[in-house]
Write a protein that binds this ligand. Structure first.
Ligand SMILES: [Zn+2]
Length: 401
């Protein structure tokens, strides 16, 4: 009964704040709903119209010629931080996270001096939907679709965009990694955006949101040999996990990508290789083994945004300031990012309490990234129907995230 009451209080609180916090563009985007690609475009356009300091641009087009958008916020002369969502079509929460991270900064800059100060020192680029074709296909045809919609001559469809970057890229199957590094227009669009910034200024960091499993990962994924700044990425990730745990109770595991499973051609490894800056691949809720899997209930979007945004802002501050940023356990992160915002009094302490005992360490066995049998299982002719719950528990197949 107690948990029911707490839950009721929570949802009441969330719904009171939700419209304001999530900056819903209109009535077509209720709380219990993931926005479509078209609605995302409207959402970003509305933000750009309302906030002159935000610039919405098209950075490229997908295989099926849909625009890929980037929203630039902050000081264009400052070091750049890139925030990317939805490499993988079925990971819908990553789009919401990226879009609302941007909205939170724009809508609270006036009332929160820490946010204003940060935006004076960072050039943010938000790309919430890198894979618009795959997302549409996941929404309308096959909920578990992962790749883009590249149509090959042999009739096969799709390349895994997060295996298509020029970082330890391997040619073992064009349907997995693509025919060459950056063979896909979606990865090329992101590459060109980042390289353009590198030619004119400094690049400070990278976030790539995925789901699921509640992991904060950092590169490299192709080798166990860590980068020289492994301590910075590990300690930043561990503090992010502490902030998240404190906000909504969800437990995250922090580890190098390689120790989840080897990844060749991954985005964060390419980013780190070419910029030398820290990069994080964040697997959002639910936890590993949760039967929701990729189908996180839309009711949970709010709490994910709430707990992740503060953690990400801590990481950005550290990317910009270096090692000097400390974290006070008695505070909600180093700075009070939520002061004077709609989230100031929001709390979800009891909502998602994960005990550390339940925390999944992920699958640390060494698997082969190019295992075609496994990939095909999640490919166009999906082996389970899209309405069924993914059989994650007890499933011997590796689930790629
Ligand atoms: Zn993913």
């Amino acid at each position: 009964m107690r948990s029911f009451i707490l839950l009721t209080i929570l949802f009441t609180t969330v719904s009171l704040f939700s419209a304001e916090v999530r900056s819903l563009p209109d009535e077509t985007h209720p709380e219990t709903y993931y926005m479509s690609g078209d609605e995302l475009h409207t959402f970003l356009q509305n933000l750009a119209d309302k906030h002159p300091e935000a610039t919405l641009s098209t950075i490229g087009q997908s295989w099926e010629k849909r625009d890929i958008y980037s929203l630039e916020i902050g000081n264009p002369d400052a070091p750049a931080v890139f925030v990317v969502g939805l490499h993988h079509a079925r990971e819908w929460i990553s789009l919401e996270m990226t879009a609302h991270f941007a909205a939170f900064l724009l809508e609270n800059r006036e009332n929160n001096s820490d946010i204003d100060n940060l935006l004076n020192h960072v050039d943010f680029h938000f790309i919430p939907l890198l894979n618009p074709d795959g997302y549409l296909f996941s929404r309308e045809e096959n909920r578990h679709w992962r790749n883009n919609r590249h149509l090959f001559d042999d009739g096969h469809i799709g390349v895994d965009l997060n295996r298509n970057y020029d970082a330890a890229w391997v040619y073992n199957d064009e349907h997995l990694h693509g025919e060459a590094p950056f063979s896909e227009p979606e990865t090329t669009a992101l590459k060109e955006l980042i390289e353009k910034k590198m030619q004119t200024g400094e690049v400070a960091g990278f976030f790539s949101y995925h789901s699921y499993s509640q992991l904060i990962l950092f590169p490299p994924g192709s080798t166990e040999t860590p980068y020289a700044d492994v301590d910075m990425m590990l300690s930043t990730g561990e503090t992010m996990a502490k902030i998240i745990k404190k906000e909504c109770g969800r437990a995250y595991t922090v580890k190098q990508i390689f120790y989840l499973y080897p990844v060749f051609g991954g985005a964060s490894e390419w980013f780190h290789d070419v910029t030398g800056a820290p990069a994080f691949t964040i697997e959002l809720p639910p936890a590993a083994g949760d039967p929701q899997g990729f189908k996180l209930l839309a009711d949970d979007i709010q709490s994910v945004l709430y707990e992740q945004t503060g953690a990400a802002l801590y990481a950005v501050e550290r990317m910009i300031a270096g090692e000097d940023v400390s974290y006070d356990d008695n505070n909600n992160g180093i700075l009070n990012w939520y002061e004077n915002t709609a989230w100031e009094n929001l709390s979800c302490d009891s909502e998602n309490e994960d005990s550390d005992d339940e925390r999944s360490e992920g699958d640390s066995d060494t698997k082969t990234d190019g295992d075609i049998e496994i990939i095909d299982y999640y490919d166009e002719d999906i082996a389970f129907d899209s309405e069924s719950t993914p059989a994650l528990s007890g499933c011997s197949l590796l689930i790629f995230l």
